[in-house]
Design a protein around this ligand. Structure first.
Ligand code: SAH
Length: 357
């Protein structure tokens, strides 16, 4: 008897597991590479379309696996050509993923959990807590779905793990997914084109560093001192900025990758010149890049981005401190592209914690 259930996801198997599966059925192990080329390179939508795989093997594959398990329940296209999918999973839960087009870049943003346990007060994803982790195949399916929206001559150039969920709280499924994206016989995307964004879990950051692939690390800081960060990012109370920065410094030492610090600008909360000054002091001697993100309004929350002039002052103050900084442009604003907003529309929200300017 096979340990694999009748409708397992093909994308849950890494190269080794698929090749072992092939061998067990009397097929040459190179068939695994062939199958993976169809899935990741040649964009087939069902197993039967894998023409050079022997029909008998295709039948066996179909008996055990599905290529796409999720259903696309919404597909939105923004005026700036950003596209967003709301996927329904086998258990009726929903996740979102986004495709962004910018000059020659095709960046996809993917989710790693259904909901999020971190509770950041400005974020739509965590409003109802976390339901469950995604499996490796559920993470990869998002990339494959978005890949199939591209024209034949277009390729995904970057992957950012900045969708719903905390990736470092689900490393077990996330790492194999990233490794498959990185692998030559699969998507073949350079490690430097893959970014993992975290609320700042020191142990997770160390585990990612120990994994040994130079993926980019982005740490969502949002405040330059613990007192303010505890209000904006509740899990900070048990962690603290010092521990996060120490882990991020180690990440840089081990991988040689410059760490990005994300900072969502919230009007009247963390947007004062004094905050920029403190942030400058924290980061000026580190090899850091700051990515300022204007707050993207979320329906039940009373939070907004600062006025443009305030954001410019913030940027200038950081630059004065010698910190490398960019102010992120909003993409897909007209389709609620940011952070769990589509999924939220499917839910009722009870506000447990909130913050006001
Ligand atoms: N849990 C991870 C990854 C998901 S959030 C993390 O915390 O980094 C990805 C990024 O989107 C984070 O920097 C987060 O702060 C930002 N974000 C979430 N909600 C937002 C909103 N309403 N407006 C702007 N940025 C938001």
């Amino acid at each position: 008897m096979s340990p694999v259930a009748a409708t397992a996801r093909l994308t849950d198997l890494d190269r080794e597991a698929l090749s072992a599966w092939c061998s067990k059925r009397g097929a040459e192990s190179y068939r695994a590479d062939q199958i993976r080329r169809w899935v990741f390179g040649k964009r087939v939508n069902d197993i039967d379309a894998m023409h050079d795989v022997p029909a008998s093997l295709r039948t066996k594959l179909q008996e055990q696996f599905v290529l796409f398990e999720s259903k696309v329940v919404r597909h939105q296209i923004s005026t700036d050509r950003t596209e967003k999918l709301l996927l329904e999973l086998h258990d009726g839960e929903h996740v979102e993923c986004v495709l962004m087009r910018e000059t020659s870049r095709r960046t996809v943003c993917i989710s790693t959990q259904v909901g999020c346990a971190m509770g950041c007060v400005f974020c739509a994803s965590g409003l109802n807590g976390v339901k469950r982790n995604l499996a490796t195949g559920e993470i990869l399916e998002q990339v494959l779905r978005l890949d199939r929206l591209l024209k034949a001559d277009e390729r995904i150039t970057n992957v950012v793990v900045m969708g719903i969920g905390e990736p470092l709280a689900n490393l077990r499924a996330t790492l194999p997914a990233l490794d498959t994206l990185n692998e030559k016989g699969a998507l073949g995307l350079g490690a430097r084109r893959i970014t993992v964004s975290t609320v700042g879990l020191p142990e997770g950051i160390r585990a990612l560093a120990a994994h040994g692939k130079p993926y980019n690390l982005a740490v969502s800081l949002h405040a330059p001192n613990d007192e303010l960060r505890n209000r904006i990012v509740p899990v900070n109370a048990n962690i603290g900025l010092d521990a996060i920065l120490a882990a991020a410094d180690e990440y840089f030492e081990k991988t040689g990758r410059r760490v990005t610090y994300e900072y969502v600008l919230l009007r009247g909360i963390n947007d004062e010149v004094e905050h920029a000054k403190q942030l400058g002091t924290l980061l000026r001697d580190r090899n850091a890049h700051v990515n300022l993100i204007p707050m993207n309004p979320v329906e039940p929350l009373n939070l907004d981005a600062p006025a443009a002039v305030q954001m410019t002052k913030f940027v200038e103050r950081l630059e004065q401190a010698g910190v490398n900084v960019t102010l992120r442009k909003r993409k897909g604003a007209d389709i609620d592209a940011a952070c769990g907003q589509l999924r939220l529309q499917e839910q009722t929200v009870t506000l447990e914690s909130s913050i006001t300017p």
